[in-house]
Ligand binder design. Structure first.
Ligand SMILES: CC(C)(COP(=O)(O)OP(=O)(O)OC[C@H]1O[C@@H](n2cnc3c(N)ncnc32)[C@H](O)[C@@H]1OP(=O)(O)O)[C@@H](O)C(=O)NCCC(=O)NCCS
Length: 216
């Protein structure tokens, strides 16, 4: 992570306009950043639950001086990775501050954290945690010792990630799911809400239920 991504207060544009974007705005404000507004990939396709936006990527190009950093307000791993890739290339000078809510309890001295990471209020973890670039840990997740959150992975509310678990790049863990100790969830896989994962999950699969089984 570069110095500019370390969380110095700055003017930040949130990418996205739905609930995750509003959560991200709140977290940025809790950390003392100034939120410039929401920008989406396609301003002509806003949904009924979306907030008003400044515009699309063209707005970012035209207002480069109006902001210092970007934050992903997107809750889907695939889209987090796609948008982060596109905008890192388009606006290489901009920061991606990592956002750890003040009411997150974990050993900050032993954690490793990349850029564009977001860890929501009420998460509780312990030691040697690894947060790779652009991962998102939503509200109230428990994080066991040495667990690894891969690039662009998303863990939703109240999930329990046990010690030594590895979530590879682009994994989604649904709300309230549990992944038991020392298991690995393979690249791009999904664990459904409420599932209890008791075996390694291969890449590219979706597992649901208790104990979790392959859905597809
Ligand atoms: C697992 C998941 C990705 C599947 O989504 P999907 O591909 O759209 O699946 P569908 O809704 O078409 O359901 C397919 C089947 O799986 C079942 N199913 C879906 N999610 C399930 C879950 N979490 N646990 C158990 N069964 C589930 C459905 O009942 C359906 O069964 P049926 O074919 O017997 O009727 C999704 O349901 C899920 O759990 N996502 C996580 C959501 C989350 O965390 N939301 C919080 C946002 S903050």
């Amino acid at each position: 992570m570069q110095d500019r991504d370390r969380g110095v207060a700055q003017r930040v544009v949130v990418i996205g306009a739905g609930g995750q974007a509003r959560d991200t705005k709140w977290l940025l404000e809790e950390l003392g950043h100034e939120v410039v507004g929401f920008v989406v990939t396609d301003a002509s396709r806003l949904g009924p639950h979306d907030s008003p936006v400044l515009g699309d990527y063209a707005w970012l190009d035209a207002h480069r001086e109006a902001f210092d950093g970007l934050a992903l307000g997107i809750g889907t791993p695939k889209w987090r990775l796609k948008v982060a890739g596109e905008l890192s290339e388009r606006l290489p000078e901009k920061a991606w501050p990592s956002l750890v809510h003040p009411r997150v309890e974990l050993d900050r001295s032993s954690m490793r954290i990349g850029r564009g990471v977001m860890i929501g209020a009420g998460c509780v973890g312990s030691v040697n945690l690894v947060f790779e670039d652009f991962c998102l840990v939503n509200l109230g997740v428990t994080l066991g010792h040495e667990s690894v959150f891969g690039r662009g992975s998303v863990v939703n509310h109240n999930a329990a990630i046990a010690g030594g678990v590895v979530l590879e790049e682009g994994v989604l863990v649904g709300s309230g799911a549990a992944v038991l100790q020392y298991l690995r969830v393979g690249e791009g896989s999904t664990v459904g809400a409420g599932a209890v994962v008791t075996k390694d999950v291969p890449a590219g699969e979706t597992w649901v239920g208790v104990p979790a089984q392959r859905l597809r």
